[in-house]
Design a protein around this ligand. Structure first.
Ligand code: G6P
Length: 617
């Protein structure tokens, strides 16, 4: 969703903020803005469009202030206009505020503020909050209770707010100070050398410091040029914990690639190695995880698993379901996090609950975690971003360790989630009836995945040539069965996300119940074709498409003999263990979507209307 940046220090704030916004742009990119405190007032620039559009305006204004805030927007309230872009300025001209989230009761507050003479230039909930802070500030002067008035007015305003927020606030009466607060929207304070930075995620501040404080829900931070302090909404003091970010600035840069998506696809062998590192038992027959906070005996008590996630991570859960049921013989249920929250689903006492989320900030997944915890379940998280809300609130979990993922369409985080799902299936299987030998074979197969992925990546030029031939299609079907059905769903999602081609994923045998009606010579079908017991069934489905003149693209394992002339295009993947097949099949699907989008001239890293981390319901 939106990206937030703040700076308090000795340098000119605007250029530091604009640079940080460029790094945060993947969070939201319909408008951007920056505000600094200078000459006793607020100087600002905000524009609809990409950060670069706003940066040009900001450069012409020669901002000199050393305290500032900035924002990239993903619209929730109000259209994409200059006026709706953040920062918002209170109508008395004293406050500038940026916000990520949704203020649900903004219309009641707005009515109240109108009666008090406050005026509004935008349609946003954020401007309402900004004026509410101004209102409390005016009252606070009158109350004169000895607290820091800036902090107190923000705190009091937030006590009247329903909804979610990550905010940062500046006030003309407090040069060199900033107040920020969060509820369900991520905020990190970077503790630099004589300066403080605030950001929605670490990629924005890592070029200046690796020392960070992860703010928690209900906390406010008051930053000055000399120090910072944290309190809760109820005014309790909080002792800050300063963590160190383990990855480096190079991990968040393109390093010669044309796009982040391309970089992230091609760094998957290394990412998968990092996900596995240190996670196999010494006897080589099972997986081990450090942070689950659950003993083997406790795992033995589990007789059902539930998984919740959104988007691509939900597809990874579907693969985990397949593998856990197949190898650990435990029933698994997978829900969209947004549905689970409101579905009142009956969960058995011995159900183990998992959430999966690359960012660890997706509000629906966080909501599902909280709902499950509220009803007494232990919740484990599979998550990439260290220190994220989900990582902190889960009872235990497994970090993906794939480094920052910047491309909006998830790639390396997805295959790493597939890998961890396969490892959880192995771990649970070995606690139940999987033999030592089967475990050893499984482990060997997992260890071999990075090389299999390398091998497929070498075939990228062939996939690019295929992509060029089909880039003008307006509809696509992706078809797979069993553990490759979720990969078909993922293929369709990837393609529509980044190329805007309508695409659907289906279990291959289901085409005759509807999707086959779409088939013409302009609607290609991508079949995922593994060797084995269902090979002939998939070939029959391909025949049904071919008989209706639909182009067929087969992603088939080596050694599977397709009837001559059946597939118009064949992309080969190595024959492999069932547990790693979904990972291996994902790579050509990613490359196909990527090259089609490139061919169509789409901005693959920032597809229209999408955001990387969805922190509103
Ligand atoms: C957004 C992103 C997707 C991602 C989904 C869930 O829709 O564009 O790429 O799969 O959110 O994100 P999470 O961070 O929870 O995995």
């Amino acid at each position: 969703m939106c990206g937030i940046v703040g700076y308090v220090g000795q340098q000119k704030a605007a250029s530091i903020i604009v640079e940080a916004l460029r790094r945060l742009e993947y969070r939201g990119y319909d408008s951007a803005g920056v505000a600094v405190l200078q000459d006793g007032g607020i100087a600002f620039a905000k524009k609809a469009g990409r950060v670069e559009v706003m940066a040009k305006v900001a450069a012409q204004r020669h901002f000199t202030g050393t305290t500032g805030i900035g924002h990239t927007r993903w619209a929730t309230h109000g259209g994409v206009t200059d006026a709706n872009a953040h920062p918002h300025i209170s109508s008395d001209g004293k406050f500038a505020l940026i916000h990520n989230g949704v203020i649900e009761n903004y219309s009641q507050i707005k009515k109240f503020l109108l009666t008090k003479g406050y005026t509004f230039l935008s349609e946003t909930d954020t401007e309402v909050l900004c004026n509410l802070v101004a209102y409390h500030y005016a009252k606070e002067i009158a109350d004169n209770n000895g607290h820091n008035r800036l902090l107190e007015s923000v705190r009091k305003a937030l006590r009247h707010v329903e909804g979610t927020y990550g905010i940062a606030v500046l006030c003309v009466d407090f040069p060199g100070e900033m107040v920020a607060a969060r509820k369900a929207s991520p905020l990190i304070l970077g503790v630099g050398d004589g300066e403080y930075l605030l950001a929605s995620d670490a990629s924005a501040l890592i070029s200046r410091t690796r020392n960070v404080v992860y703010l928690k829900d209900g906390e406010l931070v008051h930053v000055t040029t000399a120090n910072f302090s944290i309190i809760t909404l109820d005014q309790a003091d909080v002792s800050p914990v300063v963590d160190r970010i383990t990855w480096s600035i190079a991990d968040a840069e393109l390093n010669g690639y044309g796009t982040f998506m391309e970089k992230e696809i091609f760094e998957q062998p290394q990412a998968l190695e990092n996900t596995m590192r240190g996670r196999f038992a010494e006897d080589g027959s099972t997986a081990q995880f450090g942070g689950l906070n659950l003993s083997a005996a406790e795992f033995r008590q589990v007789d059902r698993l539930a998984f919740c996630a959104c988007g691509t991570a939900w597809h990874a859960c579907l693969v985990a379901e397949h593998l856990i049921e197949r190898f650990a013989r435990l029933p698994v249920e997978v829900d969209y996090a947004s549905e689970f929250r409101y579905r009142n689903s009956p969960l058995d006492r011995r159900t183990l609950f998992f959430v999966m989320s690359q960012s660890g900030e997706t509000i629906d997944t966080l909501g599902a975690l909280r709902e499950a915890k509220r009803t007494g379940y232990r919740v484990l998280a599979i998550n990439n971003v260290v220190g994220s809300s989900i990582a902190r609130e889960a009872d235990g979990g497994i970090y993906q360790h794939v480094g920052p993922e910047i491309g909006v369409a998830s790639t390396k985080a997805f295959t790493s989630q597939l890998l961890l799902g396969a490892m959880v299936a192995l771990y649970l299987g070995r606690l139940r009836d999987m033999s030592f030998n089967d475990g050893v074979q499984y482990v060997e197969a997992l260890k071999g995945v990075p090389d299999l992925v390398r091998q497929i990546l070498k075939g990228a030029p062939h996939i690019q040539a295929v992509a060029k031939r089909y880039a003008k299609a307006t509809d696509f079907l992706f078809l797979g069965r069993l553990s490759l059905f979720p990969i078909a769903l993922e293929g369709a999602l990837k393609l529509k996300e980044i190329s805007y081609i309508h695409a659907e994923g289906y279990p291959a045998a289901e085409i005759k119940h509807g999707p086959i009606a779409l088939i013409t010579d302009k609607c290609p079908s991508v079949f995922l074709v593994p060797k084995g017991e269902i090979f002939n069934k998939i070939v029959s489905s391909m025949q049904e498409i071919k008989a209706r003149k639909g182009p067929v693209i087969a992603i088939a394992t080596e050694g599977s003999e397709l009837p001559p002339g059946l597939a118009d295009e064949v992309i080969r993947i190595p024959d492999c263990h069932e547990a790693v097949l979904p990972i291996v099949a994902s790579i050509p699907v990613q490359l196909l979507s990527y090259y089609i989008a490139l061919e169509r001239g789409c901005d693959v890293d920032k597809p229209r209307n999408l955001a990387k981390s969805v922190t509103v319901e």
